[in-house]
Design a protein around this ligand. Structure first.
Ligand SMILES: Cc1cc2nc3c(=O)[nH]c(=O)nc-3n(C[C@H](O)[C@H](O)[C@H](O)COP(=O)(O)O)c2cc1C
Length: 247
């Protein structure tokens, strides 16, 4: 296996960090690695806000539902989809109104952010750092917009904690390859069920081992729990307010 494959397969989220800082030069090269990712039609629709002030960090930790590692990580970055920059440039150059309110543009910008951020994570992990994405910041998108003074056509997709790991968790078992890599056509329901039943057993064993018996649930049980309540129903109106997804 190559070093890169080894690195990718060794990923696990890190939620406990040492106090060692990340140097500016290292942070810069990590962000440059993010920028090197492919970008839909060259739009480069990404802005990253580095949150440094302790007060801001505490506000983020709280609005994300009480996630203390946001405060203790060496760096906390907020990844935003950003079509504001593009619109301003187009309008300044042509005097024409530039319409960035289509669902397709929102999708392209969001995909850009995900590709950029995952490059950042891989680059960081290759340098011995650990990371944890923080989708919890979408609990309060209006507050994030206010804290970071985000203009129209910018929205926060997720945060990312970065730092030197102070824990060494096991990797979390993923779905069997056969259930995600379909051959010529989508898997038959019977084969799919057999694969997922086996996977559920593996995940349950993983949780029992990881928590010394305190937690014991399957992947399917976890997924069922997630859809019991409405998930951030305010996102649609928030995104429209920011100028996205109107058409
Ligand atoms: C977009 C996104 C948002 C996430 N948000 C959170 C979060 O708010 N808090 C957290 O502790 N982990 C968060 N995670 C981490 C996932 O829980 C984690 O990646 C998943 O359980 C798989 O575990 P692993 O990364 O250790 O392999 C997030 C991951 C992604 C991709």
């Amino acid at each position: 296996m190559t070093d890169v494959l080894q690195l990718l397969r060794n990923h696990r989220s890190i939620r406990k960090f040492t106090t060692e800082p990340i140097g500016d030069a290292m942070l810069q090269s990590i962000v440059e690695a993010g920028q090197a990712a492919s970008t839909s039609s060259y739009i480069q629709a990404v802005s990253v806000v580095r949150v440094r002030q302790a007060k801001q960090r505490s506000a983020f930790a709280e609005l994300a539902g009480g996630q203390p590692y946001i405060e203790t990580a060496a760096e906390f970055l907020v990844f935003c989809a950003d079509l504001h920059r593009n619109r301003n440039r187009v309008e300044a150059a042509s005097d024409n109104h530039a319409d960035y309110s289509w669902v397709e543009q929102f999708t392209a910008a969001t995909v850009d952010v995900a590709l950029f951020a995952q490059n950042v994570v891989i680059a960081a992990e290759s340098l011995g750092l650990g990371c944890c994405y923080i989708g919890g910041i979408r609990n309060a998108p209006d507050r994030v917009t206010e804290l970071l003074e985000l203009p129209e056509l910018v929205y926060p997709v997720f945060g990312l904690c970065l730092g030197y790991p102070d824990q060494n968790p096991d990797t979390k078992p993923r779905l069997p390859v056969a259930s995600v890599l379909h051959q010529d056509r989508y898997l038959s329901p019977q084969v799919h069920k057999e694969l997922l039943d086996q996977y559920d057993t593996n995940v349950k064993e993983y949780y029992i081992k990881r928590t010394k018996g305190k937690l014991s649930f399957t992947w399917s049980e976890q997924m069922a729990k997630q859809v019991q309540n409405q998930k951030r129903p305010f996102m649609e109106s928030y995104l429209k307010k920011q100028g996205f997804m109107i058409k």
